[in-house]
Structures are given as C-alpha cells and as structure tokens.
Design a protein around this ligand. Sequence first.
Ligand SMILES: NC(=O)c1ccc[n+]([C@@H]2O[C@H](COP(=O)([O-])OP(=O)(O)OC[C@H]3O[C@@H](n4cnc5c(N)ncnc54)[C@H](OP(=O)(O)O)[C@@H]3O)[C@@H](O)[C@H]2O)c1
Length: 402
Amino acid sequence: MSRILIIGAGGVGRVVTHKCAQLPEVFSDIWLASRTQSKCNQIATEIGGERVNTAQVDADNVPELVELIKRIQPVMVINVALPYQDLSIMDACLETGIHYLDTANYEPLDEAKFEYKWQWAYQDRFKDANLMALLGSGFDPGVTNVFIAYARKHHFDRIDTVDILDCNAGDHGYPFATNFNPEINIREVTANGRYYENGHWVETKPMEYSRVFDFPEIGPRKMFLLYHEEMESLTKNLPEIKRMRFWMTFGESYLKHLEVIQNLGLDGIEPVKFQGQQIVPLQFLKALLPDPASLGPRTKGKTNIGCIIKGEKDGKQVSRYIYNVSDHESCFKETNAQAVSYTTGVPAMIGAKMMLEDKWMQAGVWNMEQFDPDPFMEDLNSYGLPWKDVSCDIDVDKLPMT
Ligand SMILES: NC(=O)c1ccc[n+]([C@@H]2O[C@H](COP(=O)([O-])OP(=O)(O)OC[C@H]3O[C@@H](n4cnc5c(N)ncnc54)[C@H](OP(=O)(O)O)[C@@H]3O)[C@@H](O)[C@H]2O)c1
C-alpha cells in the first residue's frame, strides 16, 4: 500500500499523475496537490475512476505542507512544482518523516543560479531520519545521468568525454512559446554557458558555441552549448570524466524572439516599478506567453535527447551514443501533454517506482547516477521512453557550425 503525494499540476504533474495512475500495484493511492486546485481536479477528471484525490497547497509554506502531509499520510512526495519550492518541500518531508523526489535542482527566486549545494546540504538530515531524497529524476537531469551510469557499467572501464545533446524539433505553430515553465526556460538559456574540462569549469557567453548535428529520426539541427545541472553531479560522482558539455537545439524563430526579449529587458528578474506596483519583467512576460500546458494539442514533431560517450574498454577506444526519440503527438494521445512534459514525467514516475520497490531505496540525498542503472533502463523501455544504444564515431568538435 503506497500512498503518494504529487505536488504541482503543470505539464509534468499531469504526466506523472497519468503514469502513476496506470500502475495501481505500485502507486495504490494518489494525491495531487498544487497552488490552483482546479488544475488538479481537471487532471483527476481526465484520469477518471476516482484514482486521484486532489488538494490545494502553497508549497512555499512549510507549515501548510506539513498539515497537508499529516492529513494525507503519504509515503513520499513527488515534487513537480517549480525549483523554488524544493527546499520547503524537503523541510516538510523531514518534519513529517516521508521520502522526497524532484526533477530540477533548487534555485533561489531572486538569483538565476542552479546548484546542488543547497540540496546536498540536507544529506545528514535525510540520513539521520532514515529518509531518501532522489534529486533530478526527469530526463535531463535524470535519464541522461542514468544513460551515462549504464554506459559506464556495460561499455567502459573509463569514460573520458561526454556530450549531452537535447533536441526538441516540435512545432507548436506559435512564433514564440516555451515548452516548459517560461521563467525557468528563459533563465536557463540566457545564462552564460559553461562546460567542464580537466577539473575546471570553462565559462562561455550565452550561445557562444554551436554545432549542427544530424539527430536520428529528426535530421540536422543547430545546437548551442549551455550549462545544465546534471553536469555538476556527474563530474563529482564520476571524477574520471575529463570533459563534459551540454548542447540544446533552438529554432530560428525562438532565437529571434529571445534576442528581442533580452534587448527589451523582458527577461529581467529584478522588480521594476510600473503604475505604482512592483513587477518582475520575466513574470510579466510569462503572463503574456502561451501556457506550456496548452501547447500539447498543437505540437507536432519529435524530441531526441541522448549522450555521446567516449572512453576506453580493455585498452581500446570506445564510443557510444545512447538516446531516446519521443513523438509529441503520441505523448499527447496518451497523457494530454506534449513530449517535453512526457519525457520529464515518465522518469519521475520511474524514479518513485525504484524507491517504492526498494530497488534504489537508501537513506540520504542522491543523484540518479549513484544507483544501479539497469532496472531504471528496463522501465524506460516498458513505460514509454524506449532508448537506443549504438556505436558512434562522431566527433562533436568536427561537426559544422552552421
Ligand atoms: N529534468 C527535466 O528534464 C525537466 C524538464 C522540464 C521541466 N522540469 C521541471 O519540472 C517541474 C515542473 O515543470 P512544468 O513544465 O510542469 O511547470 P509548470 O507547467 O509551470 O507547472 C508547475 C506547477 O507547479 C505549481 N506551483 C508553482 N508554485 C507553487 C507553489 N508555491 N505551491 C504549489 N504549487 C505551485 C503551479 O501552480 P499554478 O498552476 O497555480 O501556477 C503549476 O501547476 C519544474 O521544476 C521544471 O523545472 C524538469
């Protein structure tokens, strides 16, 4: 009997709830709580069969969370609200003695900075309480970490370099929209880039480096070097890695609009005074943009996210490419959400399943690459994110820039 509490009723929350509801033998009892309860109710109605109970909660408010958790008595929280709520939800889990999982690392509201340090600082408290916190159980971070752990286990004695390639070739028909929370998305792509080389982080200007990669089942797309949070834990937990980079594709229209948004200062996170009120430009922009949850029915095309991993096995050079391709329309047919939410929500469900089935359950605060990747990889194939693992002689540095 495993009662779970899912917090956050956005695109990812919808997918997690659908996928957990499909597995009553693991998730016998499901609660979905969010800031706006009507969004939870809509998801519960969609799923039907009285599988999902709903509640309202402000996840920034620890006493409110504690009261809800005490009333519901779940065994764990799946946190798919925003990264700003990570610490308050972890505090509430510690206070009530339940396990924790999320898909994105904590960020302070007033500073665009993703780092694990705030959440890693909970290590002793979770260990002492005999509770587990699984961090970053989405696709990237999440599945990408597991792909690398799987490659290390099955193909390599030593990994030298990793390039993580994230392509969303979905077309929603809008000139500009973001596929997940616009605040998080725009803060991520307008930040300086950073990659890891020989024990150091090398900073780049936003979008300074690009390459064109021919993505399987999609075709050639221009991708840009960005910083991404999984690199922090992977380079710590696999210190043999000499270089790690993360690349993400962006279309021409997206880039054109982003440039204008930046030039106008609409990506700002400092409040400005407007007609007697303080408003945060990026939050105002979010109010004008299409709700990512509304993109599902309009989005066509595919995503391809994977890792090119190079290193050595038995004294020979080895190079592997492990990736998943997802189709926006198929994801929508199954869960009423497009592939970016789907590829995050399915791994969140699988991460929770790994914990509840005792395959990964261990007291403390953990990242995905710290566990046996095999059962997770098997479940990706079973629950909607099949992957390919192929030999690959591509050298990302030799790819064309345009
Ligand atoms: N690892 C990955 O691969 C990956 C990829 C994409 C996204 N993510 C992460 O997944 C999470 C969810 O993304 P999403 O696209 O589903 O975002 P979203 O559509 O904006 O949904 C966020 C949900 O959280 C709720 N929420 C926000 N603040 C809250 C609060 N204080 N208390 C209670 N609920 C609150 C929102 O409520 P309202 O409806 O009232 O606004 C909304 O329902 C984010 O943390 C994102 O960074 C991870």
